[in-house]
Write a new protein. Sequence first.
Lengths: 256, 263
Amino acid sequence: MNLTLKVWRQKNAQTAGKFVSYKAENISPDMSFLEMLDVVNESLTHKGDEPINFDHDCREGICGMCSLYINGHPHGPKRGITTCQLHMRTFHDGETITIEPWRAEAFPIVKDLAVDRSAFDRIQQAGGYVSVNTGGVPDGNAIPIPKVIADEAFNSATCIGCGACVAACKNASAMLFVSAKITQLGLLPQGQPERYRRVQSMVAQMDEEGFGSCTNTGACEAECPKEIKLTNIARMNNDYFSAKLFREEEVHEQGH
Amino acid sequence: MSEFKQTLNSSLGKKLIMALTGLFLCTFLIVHVGGNLLLFNNDNGFSFNVYANFLTHFPPIEVIAYLLYLSILVHALYGLILTVKNRKARPVRYAVAAKSDASWSSKNMGLLGSIMFLFIVIHMGDFWFRYHNDKTMGFKEYRTDLATGETKVSDYTPANAEFSHSVSTENNVEVVRVKDLHARVAYSFSNIIYVIFYVIAMGAVAFHLLHGFQSAFRTLGWVHRKYTPVVYFIGTWLFAVIIPLLFAAMPVYYYYLSTQGAH
């Protein structure tokens, strides 16, 4: 396959970027999208050009490191996969592919197509700890959890924090990510003691990072490589308003 | 108090305000379309003029009316604030437009809302403002023979400029004198440009509510496998189809009457 790539090149967060066109020649349809970029980078290196900088790690769809906004879709046009799982057979010979980084104020560009997603780490950290008993190893299944609840919590926990939801959202909102992280603990008995404090801290951190808010368009759900559901956002809203409007942080007025 | 302020100022709190004011405006639409169906009564505007008079002279409704105007302003203002904030969250736009699966109306709520706001300003200026302030607006006198139920209509010129309405009964004949808003409606809707604008605005209402009604429930966090389909059904059929169609039928019907020379 021979392709034309329109790639966003940007030296760092301070300088302005621009699109540069490259030819990708002799590409096997069985290559992954990242392997195709490896081939292009190899030829760039041979020519003495700066290779295209992009994020990647495990290359098997579980680490959440790869990104790329390909032809108007985060992780490319196929549903439920990451860019490393996207194969070149998805495209046709001679096609022009536009590759952009995730675009969000909260995700500053590091270089070319790589963005700094540490805002997600800070939101996750704001969530804090989960109370766990010390002592002997607890018996398996000591706490009964209905299967549907466990399944739902685990579905939310499959979020790999890649940021495709932010990239897909017209408002660059992080609510699908944040709500998945809140739900994976909020649904389970082990997550209950800190449940209402957690939702408040994580939403506060999310607002501080400068993400947009949710219009319930559902673009995030459609583009999520792990198919995290929009119901998580409603659940987060419910927990947040419940925490803010109906629950008490302290039972009595504090005298200090 | 500062805790509430902080809650309402958060991204979720701003959306809560949008959802609550939006849903309140939705309930208003039900009342508004219900009352305005009186325009289809072929009674020379008797029932409609009496209804308009009731709305403007019954104190509880006046209180709710001011709450309603406040809701419209707050909904529009917060919509603007959120849009600016959301734009700031993506300072550099994508070169290729997003092709994600998202409904057209959900991506154009601000545009639809702006059309509706322009409509509300013109609509209230034409009917609400004139009804309250236009001294040249005419009056009608409806004389109903209580024995036969027959109503006769005639123009009425009040002797006193402060006159607003009167109901009296003489010799088994009920005499009702009210401001003739109905004539103003018929006059406005005889203008084709006006009718087209109204129909477009109702299209905007339909698409705005097609997304907005169910989205408000999601924002409130009320998603339930059993009730969410009901919310979608009501949002689609009642708020995005039936109500806008009934509203749009009013100017179209009056335009049709004006071409028939009946008014």
